[in-house]
Design a protein around this ligand. Structure first.
Ligand code: GRF
Length: 204
C-alpha cells in the first residue's frame, strides 16, 4: 500500500479538505487524496473535492445501513479498495465503531479545534471560550476508541482575545488548522513516528 494515499472523511464545510488539497497541489504536502467520502449529501467538502478533481468523491447514506457497524464497514471497504493508507477525518461528525478503528490501527487521524485533552467533544472552540482560557488552539491526533482521546501528533496554540466571539475565535482556529493539518500529514508520510506509551516520537 502506498503510504501517501489518503481518504478524507468529512461531514461539513470542507475548509480542511480544501487546505489539504491546496497544499498537495502546491507541493508542500506529499499526499494523494484518492477518496473524499461524506455521510451528508450536501457537504461542502464533496463540492470542493469534485472541483479539485479528486478521483473518487462519494456520499454514503447512513440510513441505508442497518446500524453504525454496517455503515462503517461499507466505508472501510471503499477506503481499502481505493488503496488508502491514511483515513483523515476533517469535520466528520460521526462516532466511529470499534471495528472501524481497529481495522485502521494508528492510521486514522483527526483534527480538533482545542488543545486536547482540554475541551473534547462537539464544540471545543465554544467550550474553551466559555471556560475563559486565554490560550487555546488545535490538535491533530491519532484516533482510538476514546472520543478525541488518541495520542497527540501536533498542536498549535491560538490566543483568545477579550473581544472574541465563538465565530471570531473559530476563524483564527481554522487558519491554524489549515496550516497544521497539511504540515502534520506531510510529517506522517515523510518522517513517520513511533509510540512510547501515549507519546508520539517523530523519527529523525
Ligand atoms: C474543524 O474545526 C475541525 O477541527 C473539526 O471540524 C471542523 C471542520 O471544519 N473537527 P471544515 O469542514 O474542515 O471547514
Amino acid at each position: 500500500m502506498n503510504n501517501s494515499r489518503i481518504a478524507v472523511l468529512a461531514s461539513g464545510t470542507g475548509s480542511n479538505v480544501r487546505a489539504i488539497l491546496q497544499a498537495a497541489a502546491a507541493g508542500s504536502c506529499p499526499v494523494e487524496t484518492a477518496l473524499v467520502l461524506s455521510d451528508k449529501a450536501d457537504a461542502g467538502a464533496l463540492t470542493i473535492a469534485k472541483e479539485a478533481g479528486v478521483a473518487q468523491v462519494l456520499h454514503i447514506t447512513p440510513k441505508d445501513y442497518a446500524d453504525r457497524a454496517a455503515f462503517d464497514m461499507a466505508c472501510a471497504e471503499v477506503i481499502e479498495a481505493a488503496g488508502c493508507h491514511w483515513v483523515v477525518l476533517a469535520g466528520y461528525m460521526r462516532i466511529l465503531s470499534e471495528a472501524f478503528v481497529q481495522r485502521f490501527p494508528q492510521r486514522i487521524i483527526n483534527i480538533h479545534p482545542a488543545l486536547l485533552p482540554a475541551f473534547p467533544g462537539a464544540d471545543g472552540a465554544g467550550d474553551a471560550l466559555r471556560y475563559g482560557v486565554k490560550i487555546t488552539g488545535c490538535t491533530v491526533h491519532l484516533v482510538d476508541e476514546v472520543l478525541d482521546g488518541g495520542p497527540i501528533l501536533a498542536q498549535q496554540a491560538v490566543l483568545v482575545n477579550d473581544d472574541d466571539t465563538r465565530e471570531t475565535l473559530l476563524n483564527r482556529l481554522h487558519t491554524a488548522e489549515h496550516q497544521l493539518y497539511p504540515a502534520t500529514l506531510a510529517r506522517l508520510v515523510e518522517q513517520g513516528f513511533r509510540l512510547e506509551g501515549r507519546r508520539v516520537i517523530w523519527r529523525e
